[in-house]
Design a protein around this ligand. Sequence first.
Ligand SMILES: [Zn+2]
Length: 277
Amino acid sequence: MKSFLSFLLLFWSSLLLASDLPFTVIFGEWVQGSLLLVELPVPMQLWVDDRQLMVSAKGRSTIGIGRDATELKIRWQDAQGVVHYHNQVVITRNYDIQQINGLPNNKVNPNPQEVTEIKQNNADIAQQRAKRDRFVEPQFPFAWPTSGRISGIYGSQRVLNGQPRRPHFGVDIAAPEGTPVYAPDHAKVLLANPKMVLTGQTLLLDHGLGVKSIYVHLSDMTVKAGDMVKRGQLIGRVGKTGRATGPHLHWGVSWFDLQLDAAKVVETPQPPSLGNL
Ligand SMILES: [Zn+2]
């Protein structure tokens, strides 16, 4: 009986092997909020924290790292059926957290009538973000979608009267109303909604391999859902529709349900200054 048990233990441990990563990272870093492009030497099935990765015909895949991730559990199966794993440590970041106290309660909690509509808007976006179509493969780095000055960064969070709010997941680029917004890479338009409560005129693009990008508060949209767009194509214009205090583009990049830092997928840390795009 005892030898049978040790045989079983040996059998299981041989099916799950701690191994070096089976792919090469060709873009991105193991840092919170980042997106990596990886190349697989041979076809294989891969999972990261139980999300199965999409693999392109060229053997490329992407990995997104959430705002608060500290370790990723990467798992894959080789040609012999052996399952390997690798626990990848993630470099953490310090986010800008602002504590604001003494606010009247009506400034803290949104109007209940709007809550239902906001939930519906969020559900529509989440449904599109979960899509796993295989029509295009992203090219990194992305181009900045507009010119202007960065006025809001990824990961920042406000704590109002002790209640932590949802972190800010986009990069805000302040620019005059009407400044052109271009596709940062080729994509399919998944959603073009002219009237969302918080985000106003909103576009969502699918760049393939689970990577999506969102454009919020636009004053105008020049594409519609289902359109294929090229890198650098005009898709809309900067505005302040929805809940915005002034004209700016809120630009976000996501990987399936994880929201990433758009400033980490572009070539330069800052967008082009106005008039130089
Ligand atoms: Zn924003």
